[in-house]
Design a protein around this ligand. Structure first.
Ligand code: DGJ
Length: 725
């Protein structure tokens, strides 16, 4: 059974296939963490509470026969004010000004499966869920913790519900989704950090005493930090060693922090950022936190990533895409930017004939009178100057060459030069009487308002109903400033960030359910909102506005630490590259992009015949290897952050097929050829490698490795493997 409770010691034991998570209701009904790590058969962990008294750790008077301090214990959901000086998981302000809480265990229940989370995106299909009810006995305030066990994927999903069962309105000032104390604090913290066009670069640093965190205060999860981190033993590699992962299913302001205390235990917490956040809770109201996904691997980082990949691919969001190849897209952004008209697009679409592309996506610039980024956001009707006959001729042109049609929106934004702004200047986020910041020349609609939500929903719905559209790219090109809503009362102003995100989720939920056959692609200036919250609704996200294949090696490699490659959109773009000016071979661009959800971002009319022929070859190749990208195991082999080159491999679950790429960043002079030791293959089987037209043993490919050529700068090769016995 995934969840067991031992009455005698009041120990809860959550088991997945390879991991155990244990906590205990201790004396005086406090909830203590006992263990998280490699699977235990059974455990009598009653000896694990022993701690030696320490000066300046306050003694809890309720324990009469021995000294006891919360400051020294591993706490399952710590509070403020009762002796523990480390970061609390929940903080409340009562009407009398008190901020003190003391949560004690009251009851538990175990249910089959898993319930939805009050309009927040979350995983489904867990085997069992454990609910623990804690109560602050003085005020009556309750906290319900939930733990859902994904047995096969080795993931535990956690969230908390703060229940105001007092007679007064209280103010919630902090509500973490999870808190866990790990006893051995000798960890490296690994996070995915960066900025626009340099997203999710792997940062690995030994933890020091004190708090280290990643967070966002930008209203979106951001390019700068990602709501995901790994705590790995110092010698953990891609293939060996302990690694704990924490992922938050949330797209707004988040905080993921780890605090190493004087005794080297580490408290890990993840949740909504308490910076500029409060939430008013009237009597009988409750607040449900976003979901946090915990996973542990004793087989290194690749295994940990694969656990998250499997979970996201099969238990997060609309299941229509599970196991299916995503469409090959051609997007006109880098081909035309805003500079197009009907004929130019029809010519571009016509030139895709026979290239094997599934969908043409019309990007920014088709609505209002948008010739640049200063105008028209909010006016979601076609620009008659550029498209006098609407979208219809483009859709027809697509169909005549066997493609479907997709469309770009940026629904959360508004330009001051728009009809919408003239009608509803009060719909923007910002305090009247102050000048506000623009980002990319635009303002943000106050999506915490119901009228704004229903306008956006209606505008997008109208276009989708009136046109045959099979793909939507949902963009968001600035971060929030001036966080003030004209409708919220003063005491609710700090709710604006979370209300915005909750309504964004409602909006996406409504539209994705109403148009179940449309593929929604997320985007925020590339990968500015690449998180599990968005992946629930948009099963793939434009990974970065940086389409340079060599920069993409690091971006895609870093992103794969948390998210499956099939969730990353990657396109072959023109060379020299528009963001970096780098010239790269067509083959490299193809191989990097096809290691994800594949497409093009260029004008085929500007290509040579050879390049056009290569597109047809690449799309055919992608269609063959797509099942591996969609549902295979992904292994990182050579890190572009540590080496001059980079390699990865996809292996089918039954180990019969594999696809690897090996790519060069910069060639160090006098480099020798190297051997790549592949992973995930069957050592007992033989594999035919198409590109080499030779057969090798799986054991040889994994243990001795394959000698690969010395590649010049920016070149890449692939190895497509088929088991032959
Ligand atoms: C940012 C996106 O990431 C690009 O791909 C493109 O859609 C532009 N916005 C359009 O404004």
């Amino acid at each position: 059974m995934p969840i067991a409770f031992t009455e005698k010691n009041r120990i809860f034991h959550l088991s997945t296939k390879h991991t155990s998570y244990l906590f205990r209701v201790f004396e005086n009904d406090y909830l203590f963490t006992l263990y998280y790590g490699k699977k235990l058969r059974t455990a009598d962990m009653t000896h694990h509470w022993q701690v030696y008294p320490s000066g300046f750790s306050p003694i809890d008077q309720t324990f009469t026969d021995h000294d006891f301090s919360q400051d020294l214990m591993m706490l399952e959901y710590p509070v403020y004010g009762h002796g523990d000086y480390r970061a609390p998981a929940v903080c409340v302000r009562f009407p009398n000004g008190s901020r003190l809480l003391d949560l004690q265990y009251e009851a538990y229940s175990i249910q089959k499966g898993k319930l939805p989370l009050d309009g927040l995106p979350c995983t489904d299909g867990a085997e069992e869920t454990l609910y623990i009810l804690l109560r602050d006995r003085k005020s009556g305030l309750g906290v319900r913790l939930s733990y859902s066990v994904f047995y096969e994927e080795d993931v535990i999903a956690r969230s908390a519900e703060i229940i105001n069962s007092t007679n007064d309105t209280v103010i919630l000032t902090n509500a973490m989704s999870m808190s866990t104390d790990l006893p051995i604090g000798d960890f490296d913290m690994i996070s995915l950090d960066g900025t626009h066009i340099r997203e999710r670069q792997i940062e690995r640093k030994p933890m020091r005493n004190g708090t280290q965190s990643v967070e966002s205060r930008r209203g979106a999860s951001s390019h700068h930090h990602n709501p995901f981190a790994v705590f790995a033993a110092p010698h953990t590699t891609e293939f060996a060693g302990d690694a704990y992962g924490v992922m938050l299913v949330y797209s707004g302001n988040f905080l993921l922090r780890a605090e190493k205390d004087a005794f080297s235990s580490v408290r890990v917490q993840a949740g909504i950022n308490s910076f500029d956040f409060t939430w008013e809770l009237a009597p009988n109201e409750s607040f449900i936190t976003p979901e946090a996904l915990l996973s542990y691997s004793d087989k290194g980082l690749n295994r940990l990533s694969q656990q998250y990949h499997d979970l996201i691919r099969t238990h997060l969001g609309h299941t229509k895409t599970v196991g299916k190849r995503r469409p090959i897209v051609i997007n006109n952004w880098e081909a035309t930017y805003f500079n197009f008209d009907e004929q130019k697009l029809i010519d571009l679409i016509g030139s895709c004939k026979g290239l094997g592309i599934d969908v043409f996506v019309l990007d920014d610039g088709w609505f209002g009178h948008r010739d640049d980024d200063r105008t028209s956001l909010g006016d979601w009707f076609t620009d008659k100057r550029k498209l006098p006959n609407g979208l219809y001729p483009l859709i027809e042109a697509c169909q005549s060459v066997g493609m479907q049609f997709g469309l770009w929106f940026e629904p959360e934004m508004i330009s001051e030069d728009s009809e919408l702004y003239h009608l509803h200047p009060d719909w923007v986020i910002g305090e009247p009487g102050r000048t506000f910041c623009r980002g990319r020349q635009q303002l943000i609609l106050d999506l915490s308002r119901e009228d704004v939500l229903s306008y956006i929903c209606g505008a997008v719905r109208r276009i989708l109903r009136e046109n045959r559209i099979s793909y939507v790219k949902w963009d968001m090109n600035r971060h929030m400033t001036d966080a003030y809503s004209r409708l919220l009362p003063p005491q609710k102003q700090p709710e604006i960030y979370h209300r915005y995100i909750k309504n964004l989720y409602r909006l996406l939920d409504t539209l994705t359910k109403e148009f179940p056959d449309v593929v929604f692609e997320g985007c925020s200036g590339g990968g500015g909102r690449f998180d599990a919250g968005m992946l629930y609704y948009t099963p793939q996200i434009w990974t970065s506005d940086n389409s340079d294949a060599i920069a993409r090696l690091r971006i895609q490699y870093g992103t794969s630490l948390a998210y499956p490659p099939v969730c990353m959109t990657a396109h072959v773009s023109a060379s020299p590259n528009h963001q970096l000016g780098r010239t790269t071979p067509f083959q490299t661009r193809g191989l990097v992009a096809m290691s994800a959800s594949f497409g093009y971002e260029l004008n085929p009319l500007n290509l040579t015949d050879d390049e056009r022929a290569m597109i047809a070859e690449q799309t055919a190749q992608y269609k063959k290897i797509a099942p591996l990208v969609v549902s295979g195991d992904f292994y990182r082999l050579i890190s572009p952050f540590e080496d001059d080159d980079c390699a990865w491999i996809f292996v089918s679950k039954d180990r019969s097929e594999a696809f690897a790429i090996y790519a060069r960043q910069l060639l160090r002079p006098a480099s020798n050829g190297r051997r790549i030791r592949f992973a995930g293959l069957d050592p007992e089987a033989d594999y035919y490698i198409e590109e080499l037209q030779r057969t090798f043993g799986g054991d040889e490919l994994m243990y001795a490795g394959l000698s690969v050529p010395v590649l010049f700068d920016f070149h890449a090769v692939s190895y497509t493997m088929h088991r032959v016995n």
